[in-house]
Write a protein that binds this ligand. Structure first.
Ligand SMILES: Nc1nc2c(ncn2[C@@H]2O[C@H](COP(=O)(O)OP(=O)(O)O)[C@@H](O)[C@H]2O)c(=O)[nH]1
Ligand SMILES: [Mg+2]
Length: 251
């Protein structure tokens, strides 16, 4: 049985770095047969060698040149092409022989998640094996109470859109401010205090509503701290994926 793992999160959160780091860890420590899939048509260099690469079909640079588009237009076009070709793409991914297939997604998550490409691909991909999403929280977006609420809301929106079991990780835990974010995540009273301190007037009310939502939602998500850069937390990520995989079996 194959497990497909898609890495999703805002630009720069570490999708590509984690695809590589987690893959290397799985190969070395679990002796798993891993295949790598790149679905980012805009990337230049990759830290892993892709077994399937969307750039064989089209790249952002080609689309800009051939269809006289700007970078945003080309990304929207790429997302349309990804949806139109989802059967071809999934056939090629499905033909790869592996225990785990790691799927690196477009830098800009909105072209994958908030357009039809992502949902269409995942729906088809599910026929080839259990398919889960690793949603990556970037400390840059989560270092304030309302920022953390924003990051959580994005993760939930992603799960609703893609309709796949989703686990959450806090990446870049080698950076300094992550201990504080961890405290925000695990201490609801501290989260509340910080939300009140950060905002003023009517915004306090809004922030507190968001904080309450995070409190509720964090009961269902165990967020693990990882670093794609140093490789710390890969084992925790593996058990998270395993838990989600077991849920897939029940679906
Ligand atoms: N400090 C630190 N930087 C990281 C980590 N993971 C990724 N980065 C850096 O964040 C930037 C964006 O990473 P990338 O994997 O390209 O993000 P993507 O756009 O989501 O694919 C790069 O400069 C990475 O070196 C991490 O765990 N710690
Ligand atoms: Mg990337």
């Amino acid at each position: 049985l194959t497990l497909n793992i898609l890495f999703i999160g805002p630009a720069g959160c570490g999708k590509t770095t984690l695809t590589s780091a987690f893959g290397k860890w799985l190969e070395r420590d679990v002796k798993a047969a891993v295949k790598y899939v790149n679905l980012d048509p805009g990337c230049k260099v990759l830290p892993y060698k892709p077994d399937f690469d969307i750039r064989e079909l089209f790249t952002i640079d080609e689309l800009m040149k051939d269809e006289k588009l700007g970078p945003n237009g080309a990304m929207i076009r790429a997302s349309e092409l990804m949806k139109d070709n989802s059967n071809v793409i999934v056939d090629m991914i499905g033909a790869l022989d592996a225990d785990v297939k790691l799927v690196d997604t477009p830098g800009q998550m909105e072209i994958f998640v908030f357009r039809p490409a992502g949902p269409a691909l995942i729906e088809t991909l599910r026929k080839t094996g259990a398919t889960i999403v690793v949603y990556i929280i970037d400390p840059a977006l989560a270092s304030t109470a309302s920022g953390l609420a924003t990051a959580f809301s994005l993760a939930i929106a992603t799960q609703l859109r893609l309709d796949a079991p989703t686990v959450m990780v806090l990446n870049k835990s080698d950076e300094l401010n992550v201990q504080d974010i961890d405290e925000l995540l695990t201490d609801p009273e501290y989260l509340r205090k910080r939300a009140i301190a950060e905002k003023s007037g009517a915004m306090i009310d809004l922030a507190l509503h968001c904080v309450d939502a995070v409190k509720e939602l964090s009961k269902f998500y165990r967020v693990v701290k990882i670093s794609a850069k140093t490789g710390s937390g890969m084992e925790d990520l593996y058990s998270l994926c395993h838990e989600a995989f077991c849920c897939c079996g029940e679906l």
